[in-house]
Design a protein around this ligand. Structure first.
Ligand code: ATP
Length: 139
């Protein structure tokens, strides 16, 4: 099967650079399965565990939002944060998940008493934690 180069770049490093058979990504426009020869595309990326098919197997990689550029031979994903499962601290991700959940529950129960809680920020933190827990198969 023909391959396409996938590069995932976070602000401080190159997280992933491999020739892959397919990348399955949640973009702001929906789920995309990208193979070699894909039409050029520029889109936003949602926080999630993206799926990468390589050498007949499947890998999961946590990406925490960003942008993706696709050309027929290359996918470039610029992520605000991205981690391979082996580099994910599951305990830290679980704590971030619990913290965000608790904030959102408090806000839902007594919104008038908790105007200090930023709902969008808590939702975004929850989505990042979910991406990490999915990538490590802990959710
Ligand atoms: P936390 O509340 O635990 O800091 P966060 O979602 O706010 O989580 P980010 O702002 O997305 O964290 O990431 C900051 C940096 O920490 C990035 O370099 C990211 O790769 C890293 N990071 C965050 N959470 C984890 C984790 N669970 N395991 C490994 N690295 C992580």
């Amino acid at each position: 099967m023909s391959t396409i180069k996938l590069e995932i770049v976070s602000p401080d490093k190159m997280v992933y650079s491999e020739d892959v058979e397919m990348a399955i990504v949640y973009s702001t426009g929906g789920e995309l399965g990208i193979l070699s020869g894909h039409a050029p595309l520029l889109t936003g990326i949602l926080p999630h565990a993206m799926r990468v098919k390589r050498n007949g197997g499947e890998e999961l990689i946590a990406v925490c939002g960003g942008f993706m550029e696709v050309t027929p031979h290359k996918i470039t994903l610029l992520a605000s944060a991205a981690e391979l499962p082996i580099n994910i601290d599951i305990n830290r991700a679980q704590k971030a998940y619990d913290r965000a959940k608790e904030r959102l529950e408090i806000l839902q129960k007594t919104p008038e008493e908790h105007q200090d809680i930023d709902s969008m920020r808590a939702h975004a933190a929850l989505d990042r934690a979910k991406a990490r827990l999915h990538a490590t198969k802990n959710i």
